[in-house]
Design a protein around this ligand. Structure first.
Ligand code: F2R
Ligand code: MG
Ligand code: MG
Length: 302
């Protein structure tokens, strides 16, 4: 278990988010190279998820839902989307975390990328146990997102983070990585997009084609594949997140999810120093990664 990878993944999330936050919603963002002064809801929710896993030494739906709600109430200005704040208000009024409250907002539940954008701590905490990883990814997602595309997107992103933790960066083979993700996913729309990545990688496809085939939107199935691809088609942390954000669209979230995977692969020492120095709340996020690592060691030692 490598502490630098845990720290890299949580700080990587925050850096990718802060880099993309400057241009969320813009179609193409080529040229963005400096992080903004603030991270957004992506990192705020990743922090809540990590805090809960640490405090409970594992998953507790009620605790996690309350932590999401409290963190939102303290900082409602982080740029949350439409659904989650409504769910937090329902929870404040006494509704339960596992009532699939998003179905009262979106028929069939939300397939937004809000569950996947915060999932890095699950990939880290469950990096050695794929069954538990899928279970915790699904359950933690269902607090706000119960649509199959949202929970599977979160599990796939968590799986990519876990695989990145487990691999030695010098042995990274993008096609092997992709194959393992294809074996993991159970949902057709992700299987199709992972399949498409093979040819996109082979031909070094231009950004326009990548966006057309994988998407760059706020929906989980239109952003998780873009983040995985951004990691696969680059070979260091900085170029991975710059590429992710250059796809535009939901740039903070594609940046955050790419940063989580790339940070887990390359470790904190390979993260661009000028970004680290500017990152909001850097010391707290680093501390959280250390505590998550300690909590994992404790659980493993039992
Ligand atoms: N939302 C933003 N940014 C724009 C808002 C900025 C903000 N108001 C400000 O500047 O202050 N960013 C963040 O939201 C995304 C994550 O969203 P999440 O948590 O998944 O939310 P939600 O509401 O569940 O879903 C988001 C959108 O997805 C579409 N959608 C989801 N389920 C649907 C369904 N069943 N049918 C139709 N559409 C569905 C909707 O368009 C939702 O609005 C991240 O980008 C994060 O950065
Ligand atoms: Mg955001
Ligand atoms: Mg976003």
């Amino acid at each position: 278990m490598n502490l630098a990878k845990f720290i890299g993944s949580l700080l990587g999330t925050a850096i990718g988010d802060s880099l993309g936050a400057q241009g969320e919603g813009i179609f193409h963002l080529q040229g963005t190279k400096e992080i903004g002064p603030r991270y957004t809801d992506d990192t705020a929710m990743m922090i809540g998820l990590a805090e809960s896993l640490i405090e409970c030494k594992g998953f507790s739906g009620e605790h996690m839902a309350n932590r999401f709600m409290e963190n939102f109430e303290r900082e409602p200005w982080r740029g949350y989307a439409w659904g989650p704040p409504r769910i937090f208000r329902m929870i404040r009024r006494g509704r339960k975390w596992n009532e699939m409250l998003d179905r009262e907002i979106y028929p069939g539940g939300s397939y937004g990328n809000g569950a996947a954008m915060r999932i890095a701590p699950v990939g880290l905490f469950c990096h050695d146990d794929p069954k538990m990883l899928r279970e915790v990814a699904y359950q933690s997602s269902q607090i706000t997102h119960s649509h199959e595309w949202a929970i599977e997107g979160a599990a796939l992103e968590a799986c990519a983070v876990a695989m990145a933790v487990n691999l030695k960066a010098e042995n990274f083979n993008k096609y092997e990585f992709l194959k393992e993700l294809m074996n993991f996913t159970r949902v057709g729309i992700y299987q199709k997009k992972l399949e498409a990545m093979k040819s996109l990688l082979d031909e070094g496809a231009p950004r326009g084609k990548v966006i057309r085939e994988l998407g760059n939107g706020v929906e989980a199935m239109n952003s998780v594949p873009a983040a995985i691809y951004s990691f696969l088609c680059n070979s260091d942390f900085e170029s991975s997140v710059i590429y992710a954000v250059s796809l535009g669209g939901d740039a903070d979230t594609i940046g955050a999810m790419t940063g989580a995977i790339a940070g887990a692969c390359y470790g904190v020492d390979e993260i661009t120093k000028r970004w680290m120095n500017r990152l909001e709340n850097r010391e707290y996020i680093k501390k959280l990664a250390e505590k998550l690592w300690e909590a994992k060691k404790g659980v493993k030692g039992k």
